[in-house]
Ligand binder design. Structure first.
Ligand SMILES: C[S@@+](CC[C@H](N)C(=O)[O-])C[C@H]1O[C@@H](n2cnc3c(N)ncnc32)[C@H](O)[C@@H]1O
Length: 230
């Protein structure tokens, strides 16, 4: 039965079955990588997020959005494809000010919006899961000039993989709480290819950083990219 729904929905369903989502305290820092406490925090989104409008694409349970809204006073909208995830995020953080969670496909939300954002970001979220030649121009449309797009993706060389050499997605897997895996398509570019796509969409890549996790051997686990809208 689970094979007929989105793997992300199946994962959220198993999480909900394991127990209801409770209100949570707001995380003390923003996490971009697979290893909590590692790497930059909110500062890479711009100098002073207070009062700024931020958009997260693929917010999941909303931890980073809650951090940015509460600890930095930003106005944050978190979008997630899966309604159950949005419900979970609202159960965790729906009581907070300056924070909204919306269910929808990242691309459709961007195309349907007429808002302009001060920063757009994704943490293992929709960037890398939606065709970049469609998603990046849609992001550019909704981002103010000079402002930041930042995203982290599973590193294309994790576990000894090679980055793709063309623009097609590769098969990856979502791991469910019961350890079963369901297939998804993921765009697995090296930084150089991300740079080309970003440039075509009207961005200038300002940094690309690899992060390691000691538990994952010699290979990097996270690629964090930051770009500025021209
Ligand atoms: C690996 S989780 C990351 C969640 C969150 N950013 C975090 O770091 O905890 C990926 C999330 O992206 C969402 N997602 C996948 N495809 C999406 C799309 N096309 N539009 C919006 N959200 C999407 C999934 O539902 C899932 O909640």
């Amino acid at each position: 039965m689970l094979a007929h729904v989105s793997p992300w929905h199946a994962r959220a369903l198993q999480r909900i079955a394991a127990g209801p989502a409770e209100p949570l305290s707001v995380p003390a820092r923003m996490e971009w990588t697979t290893r909590p406490g590692q790497g930059p925090g909110a500062e890479i989104l711009g100098p002073d997020p207070r009062g700024k409008r931020l958009l997260e694409l693929g917010c999941g349970p909303g931890h980073n959005a809650a951090h940015l809204a509460t600890r930095h006073g930003a106005h944050v909208t978190g979008v997630d494809l899966v309604g159950l995830q949005v419900r979970r995020a609202r159960s965790h953080y729906g009581r907070l000010n300056n924070l909204a969670f919306v269910a929808g496909h990242a691309l459709h939300c961007l195309q349907a919006s007429d808002e302009q954002f001060d920063a757009i970001y994704s943490v293992f979220g929709a960037v890398g899961l939606v065709a970049p030649e469609l998603l990046l121009p849609a992001i550019a449309q909704r981002l103010k000039p000079g402002r930041t797009l930042a995203f982290s993706v599973p590193h294309p060389q994790r576990g000894g993989l090679r980055p793709t050499t063309d623009d097609r997605p590769r098969r990856d897997y979502v791991t469910l709480p019961d350890r079963s895996q369901l297939p998804i398509a993921r765009w697995e570019f090296a930084a150089r290819r991300w740079e080309q796509h970003l440039s075509q969409a009207g961005f200038w890549l300002t940094s690309a950083r690899d992060f390691h996790d000691p538990g994952a051997g010699q290979w990097p686990t996270t690629l964090l990219i930051r770009a500025r809208k021209l």
